[in-house]
Design a protein around this ligand. Structure first.
Ligand code: FES
Ligand SMILES: [Fe+2]
Length: 346
């Protein structure tokens, strides 16, 4: 079961440009385009006539024309032209989805449109700030959305999955984070003091000795990570709040189900140092891509294993604390949906 009454990241802004753009979200094919004002429109990518993809059609002003038999739909999904006929039957419409474009992400609401409150979109300001530099990333995962969320909720895997990229030390798993649950969000805070810098850090800065590292993040339902992380020389006061000559990052990552068994993963690691330096932007991006590929290999293998396992019970450990809290929030969201009428895909 997938939660529908929440905001999901559907695309990076640059993905919806001049052309029609299609992406399957929560099992529904969705067609995106920009109207004459440049605003993003999202319609069910299935023509009301005989089900051809609208994304194989043509943008005409604020409308899209299906290029099978020529029906034309406006940005609300209403058909307003049928070649060779004057009367438009009321069922000749496609579903339109609420969308909000903010900070270079396009958010979509796949549930009941009347509940689509923009105030519920998590704060991802670093993606839209001129003070922070990054390169946008995207992966398609052959794994359920929840397994990717699990991975992001427990960084104890850094030392094992990412020893030569993001990790650097298996001590990460020894240092327990603080985990708290709020309204629709799990907060995870972890300090790693007196540690070696990650290989990823040493590529963009020279630390002569040990460092203090921190990962503070909010993980929002249904799978959006907003993180403040950093690294600073040990003994210079970072744990006491004196941030000076640190490498600081404001990462945003979002996991959106494509289906019950596959997912979209949007990510970026904005930084506020050397923001004009394209070489550093490219180096950080490549390191992140290399590291996230390590995650992908492990999680897709895990997904295949779990699919084969059928009825099988996982053995919980202390490091699963944040996963447990997040799963509780997701189960609450599903129960709320079950108690109200949830919009089915049209
Ligand atoms: S399927 Fe779209 S016009 Fe016929
Ligand atoms: Fe990872």
């Amino acid at each position: 079961m997938l939660v529908r009454n929440c905001w999901y990241v559907a695309a990076w802004s640059h993905e919806v440009a001049e052309q029609l753009f299609s992406r399957t979200l929560l099992g529904d094919p969705v067609c995106f385009f920009r109207n004459s004002l440049g605003e993003v429109v999202a319609l069910a990518d299935r023509c009301a006539h005989r089900g051809a993809p609208l994304s194989k059609g043509r943008i005409e002003g604020d409308s899209v024309r299906c290029m099978y038999h020529g029906l034309k739909f406006d940005s609300t999904g209403r058909c307003h032209e049928i070649p060779g006929q004057d009367r438009i039957p009321p069922q000749a419409c496609v579903r339109s989805y609420p969308v909000i474009e903010r900070d270079n992400w396009i958010w979509i609401w796949m549930g009941d449109a009347e509940n689509a409150d923009p105030a519920r979109i998590p704060p991802t300001w670093s993606l839209g700030s001129a003070e922070w530099a990054y390169k946008p990333g995207y992966y398609r995962y052959a794994a359920p959305h929840m397994l990717i969320c699990d991975n992001l909720l427990d960084f104890s895997h850094l030392g094992y999955v990412h020893p030569t990229t993001l990790g650097g030390t298996e001590n990460i798993a020894q240092k327990r984070p603080t985990v708290t649950r709020g309204d629709g969000v799990v907060r995870v805070e972890r300090w790693l003091t007196n540690e070696v810098p990650a290989p990823f850090h040493t590529k963009v800065a020279s630390f002569s000795g040990l460092v203090d590292r921190w990962h503070f993040y909010d993980f929002h339902v249904p799978g959006v990570l907003v993180m403040y992380s950093g690294v600073q020389a040990t003994g210079t006061g970072a744990p006491e709040g004196h941030i000076k000559d640190a490498l600081e990052f404001r990462s945003c990552q979002a996991v959106t189900p494509e289906s019950e068994s596959s997912s979209h993963y949007f990510y970026a690691v904005p930084r506020n140092f050397s923001i004009e330096d394209q070489h550093i932007t490219d180096t950080i991006f490549q390191d992140i891509v290399d590291a996230f590929e390590e995650d992908r290999v492990m999680i897709e293998a895990q997904a295949r294993n779990l699919e084969q396992a059928g009825k099988w019970t996982m053995a919980a450990i202390v490091a699963d604390a944040a996963l447990g809290q997040f799963r509780w929030l997701m189960s609450q969201a599903l129960q709320r949906e079950a108690a109200t009428s949830v919009t089915a895909a049209s």
